[in-house]
Design a binder for this molecule. Sequence first.
Ligand code: PXP
Length: 243
Amino acid sequence: MAKAKMRLGVNIDHVATLRNARNGKYPDILKTARLLKKTNVDSITVHLREDRRHIKDEDLFNLKENNYLPLNLEMAATEEMQEICLKVLPFACCIVPEKREELTTEGGLDVIKNSKKLRKLVSTLISKGIRVSLFVDPCQHQIRESQKIGTNAVEIHTGQYADAFEADKNFKHELKKIKIAAELAFKLGLECHAGHGLNFKNVLNITRIEEITELNIGHFIISQSIFDGLEMTVKKFKNILSK
Ligand code: PXP
C-alpha cells in the first residue's frame, strides 16, 4: 500500500485553558485558528467537555462560523452534546468517553457495552453529513464493534504507547497493538486515526503505520510553542522596555 499523506489535526483546547486562567479573551481562539490555517494543518480539534473547563459553546460556534479549517468536535455521547453537534454541524465528530474528574481523556470508548446508544448517535450524525470517529483503545474487539455499528472512522488511543515510550518501558508491545488495530480497521473499511500523548519523538513510530491517515495532537504542540516562542517574545518585550 502506498503511504498516503498523514493529515494533522491540532487540538487547541489548551489555548482555551490559558485564556480561561484569566477569564478574558486572550489568547484568542480565532486568532489561533487563523494562524493554524497559515501553517497548512488539515483540521482543528476541540473538545467541548461537560464541565466546559476549556472550550466553551461560544468558541465552537465562532470556529464554525469563521470556518478557517475543517472542525473536528470531540464530545461525549450525551443528549446535550448531540444537540449541540447538530446545531454546529462540524466537519467531523470524534466521540470520546468522559469522566468529570479526569485530567484528560483516559481511555477509549467501550463500544461493545454502549453499542445501542452509540449506533443511534453515529447514524444520526452521519445522516447530517458529519464524519464520525470513535475513540477506542487499540483493541480488536472494539474495532470490530465500531465497524458493526456503522462509524466512518476510529481514532486509536495512543496514550498507553506514549506513556510506555516516556517511561522507557516496553513500548514495542503497545506499538504492536496499535499496528494490529490499525490494520484491522483498514481491512474493515474504516478510516484509521490516532492521537493522545504524541510528541516529536514518539510520533515517528506511529507515522510508519501506513493504515493511519490522521493524527490529532494537542498538549504537546501547544506546550512546545512556549519553547519555540518564549525567546522571541521576551526579546520583543525587552525592545519595548528599552524605548
Ligand atoms: N484525540 C482525542 C480523542 C483526545 O481526547 C485528545 C485529548 O484531548 C487528543 C487526541 C489529543 O491528545 P494530546 O492533547 O495528548 O495530544
